[in-house]
Design a binder for this molecule. Structure first.
Ligand code: FES
Length: 452
């Protein structure tokens, strides 16, 4: 029997209802059906290096604390007092021995245990089991190359199973520039801002929607890259045009855009204004080639979204962005900029300025995107407009999964809406309350079966 969501996500016609981007009831169901099950990015270990360090994050619409306890173990705890729900941690980050609730002063240790209850002997002895009233901790937590992920579903598959072959691409964002595994840290504070848009427009954009590049035409004209000259194509642009671009999606709903650079790919001297930065990136390029080999090092990441709401920029800028759902028409964007932890300070300073210029609330490209998502969300709510679905038919049935694809997954060699179609296929399945076998693609692998 067809469900409400099957009707809204019509993949055979490539049509998706506008209501899923604006309806308050659907939004509430998303919080209950998507955000209580999927693996969500919470933060980075480098944000909590020492015992007692904490970083206040979000999972779905709820506040959580990423904390490192006295024994150095990392925890993800719901930031809500067990007494009446007050936030026990009101700071963005810091170091503490106890989270003390401002309301009636119950206090919790950094592993979430209820520690102090005012007037305990008089009021609670014999009627409060402190152990049972600890902060709520996520049942599933994983640390992967420094990134911390969590799920509220105790039956969720382990994180690497969930990530699947999208790992190859995410790794390129998380690993050091010279090809060493991991070794990145979050550079300075996290950029946080609220966009009047539905979270799915942002997540979808990072699945590899290069079709929207026209939106950034003004940025191209001005020139924003490290060596960009306004309105002039650089060597990098030419190499990118010769690269083999890949749009890849995965059974769990993730999607990425990466490219294989041409064999002639060499280091581009793009940081001439700063010899230390130039030398650093030259060293990384050559070291990467030696470490990964002449073929593998040419795989370059652009963007991707790990279902449902964690996106990344893989190259320059290198960052993770989380689209926290606030409401059907409000999304809180968080951008975590990544840098090699052992990079020279000059490189970190250079990247700090470049990252801010490129993305974040004042970044030149992000402003273009935000305007699009803002008006797309508004366009999803009109009484008349809502009678007409959105078109997701780009390359529908046309893009075969090439037999010689150089990476695993469902690969398109031209821009297509296969990635968003796969994303919304899984969105529909979560909303239908599907089991994990289905959510991991066990029964419906996606585009390949659709094209058949
Ligand atoms: Fe936290 Fe009462 S709400 S102690």
């Amino acid at each position: 029997q067809e469900s409400r969501y099957d009707a809204m996500v019509n993949l055979h016609e490539g049509e998706i209802s506008r209501a899923i981007f604006s309806d308050a009831e659907i939004f509430q169901e998303e919080l209950e059906k998507v955000y209580t099950r999927a693996w969500l990015f919470v933060g980075h270990e480098s944000q909590v290096p020492n015992p007692g360090d904490f970083f206040t994050s979000r999972m779905g619409a709820e506040s959580v604390i990423l904390a490192r306890d006295k024994k150095r173990k990392v925890h993800v705890l719901l930031n809500s007092c067990r007494h009446r729900g007050m936030k026990v941690c009101q700071y963005d980050h810091g170091n503490t021995q106890l989270f003390t609730c401002p309301y009636h002063s119950w206090s919790y240790t950094t592993d979430g245990k209820l520690f102090g209850v005012p007037q305990y002997k008089n009021l609670y002895e014999g009627c409060l089991d402190k152990e049972a009233w600890s902060l709520i901790e996520v049942p599933k937590m994983a640390i992967y190359k420094g990134t911390v992920w969590a799920s509220w579903d105790k039956d969720a598959p382990d994180f690497l199973t969930y990530l699947g072959d999208a790992r190859i691409h995410l790794d390129l964002a998380l690993d050091c520039r010279d090809g060493r595994e991991g070794g990145s840290e979050v550079l300075f504070g996290v950029h946080k801002w609220v966009i009047p848009c539905n979270w799915k427009f942002a997540a979808e954009n990072f699945l590899g929607d290069t079709y929207h590049n026209v939106s950034h035409r003004s940025v191209d004209l001005i020139g924003i890259g490290p060596s960009a000259e306004a309105g002039v194509k650089g060597r990098r642009d030419n190499e990118l045009e010769k690269a083999r671009h890949l749009w890849v999606n995965f059974p769990a709903g993730h999607g990425v855009h990466s490219a294989i650079m041409p064999e002639s790919w060499e280091f581009l001297d793009t940081y001439r204004n700063n010899p230390i930065v130039a030398e650093y990136f030259r060293h990384c390029h050559e070291e990467r080639k030696l470490r990964l080999g002449a073929d593998k090092y040419r795989l370059v990441p652009f963007v991707g979204t790990i279902y449902p709401n964690t996106s990344y920029h893989g190259n320059q800028p290198r960052s993770l962005c989380v689209w926290h759902p606030h409401g059907p028409e409000a999304t809180e964007a968080w951008r975590f900029f990544l840098v090699d932890a052992d990079a020279p300070q000059e490189v970190k300073d250079f990247l700090r300025v470049y990252y801010m210029r490129y993305s974040g609330p004042a970044g030149m490209t992000e402003q273009d995107d935000m305007e699009n998502w803002n008006y797309a969300t508004a366009g999803s709510r009109g009484v008349i407009a809502k009678r007409y679905p959105y078109n997701y038919a780009q390359s529908l049935g046309k893009v075969a999964n090439p037999g010689d694809a150089p990476v695993p997954g469902h690969v398109s060699l031209q821009v297509s809406e296969e990635n968003p179609r796969q994303f919304y296929r899984r969105w529909r399945d979560y909303m239908n309350g599907a089991d994990w076998d289905t959510l991991l693609g066990g029964k419906d692998q996606g585009p390949a079966s659709l094209a058949a």
